[in-house]
Design a binder for this molecule. Structure first.
Ligand code: AMP
Ligand code: ZN
Length: 309
């Protein structure tokens, strides 16, 4: 029988990357302490911050919201319903159930009832863009705008170690220096309309967040987004998992040491601060932001389809 490293009771979780094992209560304590440590080491939050937590209904963002709320931070959830059939309906339901069970405030936006028809299936069908790229663009814009319009100074997302390692691998393989400069667990605002962006779970593995959500009895959507099959990000994740089996701790070291040793070398290559988008007023690197240019493209394609019908 494997014993818990802290209390010597029977262990329920083995963390090979940390060469340790925990019983249920000790794992919960370990996980929460690690998140708090990431927050304090990177000076992510104070008790005065008004935090908008982007919650997808998956294990990571629900676990994050759970930890932040339990630790007494001022949090409001934000859920964007993407219009991806059953998957979106389940995601929204899981998020709403979590919020109402705890009496936590939640803002929901639905792309199906929004002014512009930019649900993910519509955008992908009309523009032939990669679903994950289009979706990421729409989500980033919605999170930024919601934080700004509702007066939140911090935006928290549930990106975990596996997400960070996969993103890092993608950025390194193509030497995306500007992206590497911006890959940080805390991004201070470069424009008055931006909130500080934080990723408190950046060193917690997908396995750890799943175990934590399970131990805390949080019902979450287990299914992956139906659009993500074949996504490059998943290929990187599979590759990293194979490395992890052979060499436990690889993901941790890759991400942690990037921030500690390599990231400072890239931060000088950060691009110039954004100005205001002439369409929506949100920060933008061109005269119109990439979200508004996507909306424009969808409108044009829709008109063309209508004209040729
Ligand atoms: P993903 O982009 O799906 O890897 O998700 C990364 C993080 O973005 C999640 O941990 C959430 O914090 C946030 N997120 C993803 N999808 C949504 C959504 N539909 N609504 C709100 N937040 C989301
Ligand atoms: Zn815009």
């Amino acid at each position: 029988m494997t014993k818990c490293k802290r209390c010597r009771e029977r262990a329920e979780v083995q963390l090979r990357s940390h060469n340790t094992a925990f019983c249920r209560p000790c794992f919960i304590m370990f996980f929460e302490r690690q998140v708090e440590r990431a927050i304090s080491r990177n000076q992510m939050l104070t008790r005065d911050d008004r935090i908008l937590v982007a919650v997808s209904g998956g294990k990571d963002s629900l676990a994050l919201w759970h930890v932040l709320a339990a630790q007494g931070y001022q949090t409001t959830g934000f859920h964007l319903s993407l219009g991806i059939g059953d998957y979106s309906a389940q995601s929204r339901a899981a998020t709403e159930a979590f919020a109402s069970a705890r009496g936590l405030p939640l803002i929901v936006e639905d792309l199906e009832t929004a002014e512009e028809d930019i649900t993910i299936p519509t955008v992908v069908g009309l523009t032939r863009r990669q679903p994950c790229a289009a979706c990421g663009k729409i989500k980033r814009h919605s999170f930024d705008r919601a934080a700004y319009e509702h007066g939140f100074n911090v935006l928290a997302t549930g990106h975990n170690l596996d997400d960070e390692a996969a993103r890092l691998m993608g950025n390194v393989l193509r030497w995306q220096c500007t992206q590497l400069a911006k890959q940080s667990p805390v991004l201070r605002p470069t424009h008055p309309k931006f909130a500080t962006k934080i990723r408190p779970l950046y060193l917690r593995s997908e396995y750890e967040t799943a175990v934590y959500a399970f131990f805390q009895g949080i019902p979450y959507v287990v299914d992956e987004c139906p659009n993500s099959t074949g996504a490059t990000q998943l290929t990187y994740k599979e590759l990293l998992n194979r490395l992890e089996v052979q060499m436990p701790g690889t993901k941790q070291a890759f991400v942690k040491d990037f921030h500690r040793l390599a990231q400072p070398a890239f931060s000088t290559t950060a691009d110039t601060p954004p100005n205001d988008c002439t369409e929506c007023g949100m920060p933008s690197y061109g005269s119109i932001c990439s979200f508004c240019s996507l909306v424009r493209e969808v409108r044009i394609k829709k008109e063309r389809t209508r004209a040729s019908a």
